[in-house]
Design a protein around this ligand. Structure first.
Ligand code: DAT
Ligand code: MG
Length: 153
């Protein structure tokens, strides 16, 4: 709930569909700060580790091949700000896009749970795990908005 960091990733379908700008805009205009970003086609090992909690689920194999296909890179990001882990999940919306509210990213831009365009960490523990899995320490930047005093009181 304090100032924290979360891992957000545009999945290959989101990249392919040209939705990066819209996703960045929503986090930026809320007041969150981008502290790391890169395009990456994850290895199978990285994708499997990222989704390890789901490894017994029937969709796991398809999920990993979709993330690793290379048809378009994943755009991996770290966003920082007050309560950004929980608020990032709210901006993204429900896992199943048909349940996601209009106004959320999934609610506005996609239809299928298997092509729901974006990932966001669901807890402090998963954020820590995912940031260290996808980024080296030197790829994540400490910096401040010049107008930060207009975002926080
Ligand atoms: P979320 O991405 O909202 O955190 P999750 O962690 O439960 O959701 O699942 C990770 C991803 O796995 C999800 O974004 C899409 C895929 N997935 C989840 N449930 C699925 C299902 N029933 N069928 C196909 N893909 C599914
Ligand atoms: Mg999840």
């Amino acid at each position: 709930g304090g100032v924290e960091r979360t891992f957000i990733a545009l999945k290959p379908d989101g990249t392919q569909r040209g939705l990066l700008g819209d996703v960045i805009k929503r986090f930026e205009q809320k007041g969150y700060k981008l502290v790391a970003i890169k395009a990456i086609v994850p290895s199978r090992a990285l994708a499997e580790k990222h989704y390890e909690d789901l490894k017994t689920r029937p969709f796991f194999k398809g999920l990993v091949s979709y993330m690793t296909s290379g048809a378009a890179p994943v755009i991996a990001m770290v966003w920082e700000g007050k309560d950004v882990i929980r608020q990032g999940r709210r901006l993204i919306g429900a896992t199943n896009p048909l349940e996601a509210q209009p106004g959320t990213i999934r609610g506005d831009y996609c239809i299928s749970v298997g092509r729901n365009i974006i990932h966001g960490s669901d807890s402090f523990e998963s954020a820590e795990k995912e940031i260290s899995l996808w980024f080296g320490k030197s790829e994540v930047y400490d910096w401040q908005y010049g107008n930060a005093e207009w975002l926080y009181a």
